[in-house]
Design a protein around this ligand. Structure first.
Ligand SMILES: Nc1ncnc2c1ncn2[C@@H]1O[C@H](COP(=O)(O)OP(=O)(O)OP(=O)(O)O)[C@@H](O)[C@H]1O
Ligand SMILES: [Mg+2]
Length: 674
């Protein structure tokens, strides 16, 4: 309803009243003229007097009508009922219609709408506040609310129409609709609050981004999105700016409904009423979390490339220098006698040079320059094996859990390098929990990265991956530390405690396998390293046979007991060749004493059955009394009395018949340790 409706109505009825009065007066005048003609008894004076009175009243009334209709800014027309021709229009009507003389009122209505109005008038005689769209003489549209009353004009049935021009309001409304659509459809989260910060409106983009529905958030204070990433002073300053009537713009870290922390580019502007007082604040927020993440990752990738190039150059030169050192020291050793005291110094040089060689190897691994043979590999086996190894070296205050959710989960990888990745990550996790204890969890799962997801992970191509996650509840890292952890030689440990090569090596290995390492960490809340490795699907059978081959090596410490010196040497060489650390003993009693002094030093014992003083069986029983979980492999010739069943009953894990080839003992060791 237009706001001026009551005054319109009053005006309209006054005009109608006036016209009726005019018509009455005209009728009265005509009656008088008739009376004068027929009644000769009337005096001349009376006739003239009456006539003058009526005529002056008529003129007066006519003048009042014109004055009112010409002064008020409301378009008014009088149109004939018979043909809709406009018989009178005031000047506002002329400007509204862009008036042409000799027009019909229906010329200004859209055809359908005009007919509808005429039909309504035919039935009701009048309309009030009828909103319609019309067209001016020049064809442009206008909108108006119509008030129509019947009226006799010049002795003809007419209609008096007053129009309330709604065109500006309509255009304003359209403009508002456009703005509202922009706000509703916009990709940015928009929040409108009252001047105390209580939320009055949020748009759908907000609902989607922040996870709150409009109904649940309306009326609550915008402070609820605060994360603990900003100091109080930050918000105080923001509040000061906007309450002073200025616009605040900057980056804000907010907390979403699910607790996720996200970074926004935010603008907060005050909204004022017509008197200039602030009534609302509108805040427009663009989620830039992923953008920033990608920027960081890109920067990180570029930095690692640069460091890689530098490290490759230095390492190659360093290797040449080391070759010269090795060659010369070895030549020097040949030139001096065995008794020469310089010999031990030369040996010291050699062992230092060897350490340097190892370090260069690590740097080259980081630079992805080390050659390794990749085979289809079931990572879950590496995980189990590494965790078994770790258990012995990690304090009991740290709980170790493994969740293997992917089977078989085959990747094309070098087993030694995968082992190294896991050991380095777990060692760091354990290091972070050394003081307070905690939980170390290793999770293995399939993760398929589609094109949409890959956009957020610029270092990974879409495809099937195996994700190895190492999570700890340790001290975590600050963003500054996180920025540098993959750099070679970056460490926060005390001098002598860490080389800072662990993660650099992990990074190099994983990248050379076509994967990526992602890390999430918060100070005091622990750390998660995600290692993505491209997954392959290998035929079952092939996997198994190749798997067996990949199982042959290991790093564990083995106590090997056999009374035959030459056999003992052969086995030790064999096992060392497989990568194990071997302590070999020919005397079972001495072996038992050795074990008793350091029962945790060994991961497995391999013993021959037939030996003087104490048989393998007896030795096994003693060893298990000291450490019941010690894995033992018993080797026997065909003639010996102990059989496999009996050995198993005793708790001996594996029983091997002599003679055996290298692969048999290699597999047996892995089987027992798995
Ligand atoms: N799980 C973790 N929790 C907390 N900080 C970690 C974690 N992993 C790595 N870091 C940080 O990253 C740094 C670099 O790790 P990296 O493994 O490369 O070297 P390091 O552990 O210091 O030394 P090294 O591995 O050669 O013994 C560490 O010094 C530590 O500050
Ligand atoms: Mg480390």
């Amino acid at each position: 309803m237009p706001r001026t409706e009551p005054s319109q109505r009053a005006l309209l009825s006054e005009i109608v009243g006036l016209r009726e009065e005019l018509a009455d007066l005209k009728r009265e005048k005509a009656d008088l003229e008739l009376l004068m003609e027929t009644n000769i008894e009337h005096s001349d004076y009376l006739e003239e007097d009456l006539l003058n009175k009526v005529e002056s009243a008529l003129r007066e009334s006519e003048k009042r009508f014109r004055l009112i209709s010409e002064t008020i800014p409301v378009p008014i027309t009088v149109s004939r009922v018979s043909d809709s021709a406009i018989v009178y229009a005031n000047s506002p009507a002329g400007s509204l219609f862009g008036f042409l003389p000799e027009c019909k009122v229906t010329d200004f209505y859209n055809p359908g709408e005009g007919q509808l109005l005429l039909d309504m008038l035919a039935v009701q005689g009048c309309v009030s506040n009828y909103e319609m769209e019309g067209k001016r003489a020049d064809g442009t549209p206008f909108w108006a609310a119509l008030f129509v009353q019947p009226l006799t004009f010049n002795n003809e049935p007419c209609r008096l129409t007053a129009l309330y021009d709604l065109t500006d309001r309509k255009l304003d409304e359209e403009e508002r609709m456009r703005l509202a659509t922009a706000v509703e459809q916009g990709a940015e989260s928009i929040i409108i609050t009252d001047r105390k910060g209580n939320i009055e409106y949020v748009n759908p983009a907000f609902e989607q981004t922040f996870g709150y529905a409009r109904e649940e958030i309306t009326g609550r204070n915008f402070k609820m999105f605060k994360s603990d990433k900003h100091k109080e002073a930050f918000f105080r300053e923001m509040w000061n700016v906007i309450t002073e009537g200025r616009v605040w713009a900057g980056r804000v870290i907010n907390r979403k409904k699910d607790g996720e922390i996200c970074e926004f580019e935010t603008t907060i502007s005050p909204i004022r009423d017509t008197s200039g007082s602030i009534i609302n604040f509108v805040s427009v927020n663009r989620d830039v979390t992923h953008e920033l993440q990608m920027e960081r990752q890109l920067r990180q990738a570029q930095k690692m490339e640069a460091i890689g190039t530098l490290a490759t150059g230095i390492s190659h030169d360093f290797n040449n220098i080391l070759t010269a050192i090795f060659g010369n020291v070895q030549l020097a050793k040949m030139d001096i006698s065995e008794e020469n005291p310089i010999l031990s110094k030369l040996d010291n040089i050699l062992s230092a040079a060897n350490r340097a060689k190892d370090l260069v190897m690590q740097v080259l691994t980081f630079c992805r320059q080390s050659e390794h043979e990749k085979k289809p590999l079931q990572i879950s086996l590496i995980v189990k094996e590494s965790l078994n190894l770790l258990r012995a070296s990690i304090p009991a205050t740290i709980e170790i859990r493994q969740k293997i959710r992917s089977k078989p989960g085959i990747v094309l990888a070098d087993p030694t390098q995968m082992h190294q990745v896991l050991m380095n990550l777990c060692a760091n996790a354990a290091g972070a929990m050394r003081e307070k204890g905690g939980m170390l969890e290793v999770v293995l799962e399939h993760k398929d990265i589609d094109a949409d997801y890959a956009i957020r992970l610029p270092d990974l191509k879409p495809g099937p991956y195996l994700r190895l996650s190492v999570c700890d509840t340790g001290h975590g890292m600050s963003p500054e530390v996180m920025d540098r952890i993959f750099e070679p030689f970056y460490t926060t440990k005390n001098p002598g405690e860490g080389t800072g090569m662990g993660l650099a090596v992990v990074h190099g290995i994983v990248r050379s396998h076509g994967g990526a390492v992602h890390v999430r960490s918060e100070p005091g809340k622990g750390t998660v390293f995600h290692v993505y490795l491209p997954r392959i699907s290998a035929p079952e059978k092939k996997e198994e046979s190749e798997m067996t081959e990949t199982l042959v090596k290991g790093h564990e410490r083995i106590l090997f007991v056999d009374d035959e010196q030459h056999l003992q040497e052969v086995f030790r060489d064999m096992l060392e060749h497989l990568g194990y650390e071997v302590v070999a003993e020919t005397d079972s009693v001495r072996a038992l004493e050795l074990f008793r002094t350091e029962p945790d030093k060994f991961d497995i014992v391999i013993t021959d059955q037939t030996m003087p003083n104490m048989t393998g069986e007896e030795l096994a029983a003693e060893l298990m009394r000291i450490r019941p979980d010690i894995p033992i492999i018993l080797c026997t010739g065909y003639s010996e009395r102990i059989n496999e069943e009996k050995a198993k009953e005793m708790g001996i894990r594996k029983f091997l018949m002599k003679p055996f080839v290298i692969s048999k003992i290699a597999n047996a060791v892995r089987e027992v340790l798995a």
